[in-house]
Design a binder for this molecule. Sequence first.
Ligand code: ATP
Length: 234
Amino acid sequence: MEGFGIHIAGLRKRYGEGEAVVNALKDVTMTVAPGEVVGLIGPSGSGKSTLLKCLGAVIEPTAGRMTLGDEVIFDDGWKIPDLRALRRDRIGFIFQAPYLIPFLDVTDNVALLPMLAGQPNDVARRRARALLDALDVGHRAKAQPSQLSGGEQQRVAIARALANQPPVILADEPTAPLDSERALGVVRILNEMAGQFRTAIIVVTHDEKIIPTFKRIYQIRDGKTFEEKGQGAG
Ligand SMILES: Nc1ncnc2c1ncn2[C@@H]1O[C@H](COP(=O)(O)OP(=O)(O)OP(=O)(O)O)[C@@H](O)[C@H]1O
């Protein structure tokens, strides 16, 4: 499966034991190409968060296989030793709320992870400014997060997710608090960024405003994935 951004095959996740057992993921198979944005939808309790947590190396799957790029990261057990480095360097997370650090300015919110990963501060800040420019919030680079609108804060959160140029971004309900125009703006940015940085992006969403924008959608029902063609052009 070389060349794919993300490939998941036969993934299973069981929580608990005995009578308390929950088979949250029963058979998940999914592929996202570099540069592609796919939607992941499904009813409450169907396993969406569990899948993102497995892929984000936050919890350990019970069985199956996950590949990032041409590297197998999980095959009935983790295949890479440093999961913290995997999360920090290779996976960007975007959440429903921006979760910016209130006492750092916008630039340092974006530059922090690369700095922690060892990038010189001036290089990390220069790159952060370039990303903020690309996301149309460069003019707010020196502001504190509390001085930004909700849509601006979410764009800063997207810049932060892209700062280490991860091959994978996992977005959990990134547009839920936004109005229609801003929600569609976030999706447009994710598509542009995916194309520009060859990032594979999975967007978990219930948001009816953005579901029609996806070209490909995975439905998850009762722990199993079903691929659907979306209505979207981009
Ligand atoms: N830590 C846990 N221990 C036991 N069961 C869990 C745990 N986390 C989730 N589950 C169960 O696993 C199943 C899938 O949950 P998950 O949170 O992945 O669903 P979801 O699709 O993200 O739901 P929602 O849309 O409501 O957030 C549910 O039945 C849930 O109760």
